[in-house]
Design a binder for this molecule. Sequence first.
Ligand code: FAD
Length: 343
Amino acid sequence: MIQVNKNISLLEYNTFGIDVSAETMVVYDSVDDLTELIHHSLCNFPKPILHIGEGSNLLFLEDFRGTILRSNINNVNVIEQNDDHVIVQVGAGWNMDDFISYSISKGWYGLENLSKIPGQVGSSAVQNIGAYGVEVGDFIYSVNCISIADGTYRKFSHDECNFMYRHSIFKSPEYRGKYVVTSVEYKLNLDFTPHIDYGGIRQQIDLLGETPETLSAQKLRDIISNIREEKLPDPKVYGNAGSFFMNPIVDRDTYNKLVSCYPNIPKYEIDSNNVKIPAAWLIEQCGWKGKTVGHVGVHPKQPLVLINLGGATGKEIQNMSDTIRHEVLDKFGISIIPEVNFI
Ligand SMILES: Cc1cc2nc3c(=O)[nH]c(=O)nc-3n(C[C@H](O)[C@H](O)[C@H](O)COP(=O)(O)OP(=O)(O)OC[C@H]3O[C@@H](n4cnc5c(N)ncnc54)[C@H](O)[C@@H]3O)c2cc1C
């Protein structure tokens, strides 16, 4: 089925809670619906075309004068299974966290650390979502897509997806907006190996009297869910899009120079040449933690998260983002790049 709505409010379709509207929204239920739409009627709909998921990484700066596409494809099929792993194809419109819960219940492991990240399965591949030391790209076998231009099918292998930190081929200038992800094939383990050396997980395991050997995947999911609930604002209370900025990656020389001025500057090791610096620390050092300007604030517990205090416009949030970026650049000589997609 294909549903078409005109002049629709996007308030419920973006977690920042920005009160804008779209000229047209089209929701489709299957790959056949999507190809039929592209072959027969999409050319008559207002342009530009934007495919969204749950809008949890979007910042609308104004009303969208074009057509928004949304997927309701939510089937799941096992493609291959042996003693070691399963390859499972999941419809792009399924909520990612629901799929993670489902995969744990089936004994398919690997995605536990990504629990409670908002958004759809399709966007998980576009965004290469990551948390607590795990990136979804490490578990993506391939991504099935339909070209928006002519409705042709294309499968992108893991290598073709070019996954990097919060990046995939689907975000590159050449491919952005050109393909609709219709399903993602995840390769998941049948043995559970917990990843626990990140973000206080080990301490929580100790507090619960568990050990890495006794820990179940569901328990790890519960721990991650609790840590996230404690640290991150609920978009239903304060509109937000999670981490607004990416953590900058700098070479070791740059990092060593910074250490001589700021001995406490934290880092995560990337490789022998590069380190990642937490953008939250840089923002906090510039005095922004907990600060508010008009309807926009920097979250008091997590300075990487900008929040809508109520009634903020996209432009107000963009202005705060610009000011923070300038101040971080002036103080540290480091450019922090927004993770959020400005529309
Ligand atoms: C409270 C909160 C916490 C968060 N925590 C994390 C976190 O820990 N780690 C993390 O990585 N992210 C996090 N995020 C960001 C967000 O959840 C992810 O980026 C998520 O993948 C976005 O999914 P979505 O369905 O909402 O996509 P949207 O925000 O709607 O879209 C994101 C991008 O994907 C494209 N897109 C969507 N669907 C398709 C499709 N089917 N085909 C082609 N392109 C498509 C859109 O055009 C857009 O470019 C958080 C967000 C919030 C609000």
